[in-house]
Write a protein that binds this ligand. Structure first.
Ligand SMILES: *[C@@H]1O[C@H](CO)[C@@H](O)[C@H](O)[C@H]1NC(C)=O
Length: 298
């Protein structure tokens, strides 16, 4: 007589079992609660305490001429949009973007330069301050460490030309780990920490891959180290003249800014691929930026 030989339960039986359904229900309930916490946190940061210097440093809020330094056209949108949109929300602030290469790795440099202008317009950066360089030492290349002297001299040139008083760029992880991003970070950090005439400089924090693509779920974790600042901002709001909290920033996109971020990316036609649609939802950088100030060496 043939009987079913195995005692292994079938998947369908497991799924139909009472215990499984109960576990699934609990899991979904917990996930919903966590998601709600994330959304509430984003709303608090983006709306309720967005202008508190504990999370949005006075130096950035009162900047007259901001400079974002990146490596390739589209970095500004993919990584720095929350910072750009929030800082340029102040009508007295003029935004500037210095992209150190035109992203010519696949011969698309000229196309990408035009695309960049469109993204700048959406992000509120004027056309005459939306610059992509094409220096021989600084060419889009995932295998070549860029010359530090060339980076610093380029940045310095635009700091003087545009009377820059605040810089935002990559940290040593370069967000995506791209070698050009990391070289930019190294050079600008050196400039910001050693040159007494350098503007105040902030670096965008890199995180592990899992955290990077965890949508808003990473926000509570990122906010942990800001707990007392957030609580303080909710209890007793401070004004933007307060200088004590300028060492770090946690800047969240409002809903309209998130939509602007997506709109800015639409300008980068040549960079579109299916995974970019996922990126524009899942990457934490399109929702919020956490920045760390470069400390000056004495
Ligand atoms: C970087 O460029 C400068 C001049 O632009 C040059 O003197 C220096 O040797 C270069 N450094 C490296 C490591 O190639």
């Amino acid at each position: 007589m043939a009987s079913r030989p195995s005692a292994r339960p079938r998947l369908a039986d497991i799924v139909r079992s009472k215990a499984f359904r109960r576990a699934a229900k609990i899991f979904i309930r917990i996930l919903t609660i966590i998601l709600a916490v994330c959304i509430v946190l984003q709303v608090i940061l983006a709306y309720a305490i967005a202008k508190d210097p504990r999370i949005f440093p006075a130096a950035l809020q009162r900047s007259k001429n901001l400079l974002i330094v990146t490596a390739h056209p589209d970095d500004e949108t993919l990584f720095f949009a929350p910072s750009i949109l929030s800082v340029l929300d102040n009508p007295v602030t003029t935004g500037g973007l210095l992209v150190l290469s035109n992203g010519n790795n696949y011969g698309l440099g000229d196309v990408r330069k035009v695309e960049l202008k469109g993204a700048c317009e959406v992000l509120g950066v004027a056309e005459d301050r939306c610059e992509a360089l094409n220096r021989p030492e600084l060419q889009d290349n995932p295998r070549q460490w860029w010359n530090e002297t060339a980076i610093i001299s380029s940045v310095k040139e635009y700091v003087e030309k545009w009377k820059i008083d605040a810089i935002i760029t990559f940290d040593e992880g370069g967000i995506s780990g791209h070698i050009n991003h990391r070289a930019v970070s190294g050079a600008v950090k050196k400039y910001g920490s050693t040159d007494s005439n350098a503007p105040v400089t902030y670096l965008l924090s890199s995180v592990t891959l899992l955290r990077k693509y965890s949508f808003l779920f990473d926000l509570p974790l990122t906010s942990l180290s800001f707990t007392w600042r957030i609580v303080g901002a909710l209890i007793s709001p401070a004004s933007a003249t307060e200088q004590d909290f300028g060492d770090r920033a946690l800047i969240a996109n409002t809903w309209p800014y998130y939509l602007r971020t997506r709109e800015a990316f639409r300008s980068h036609h040549s960079q579109y691929s299916w995974d970019r649609s996922l990126y524009l939802v899942l990457a934490r950088q399109v929702w919020f930026n956490d920045l760390v100030r470069v400390e000056r060496q004495h």
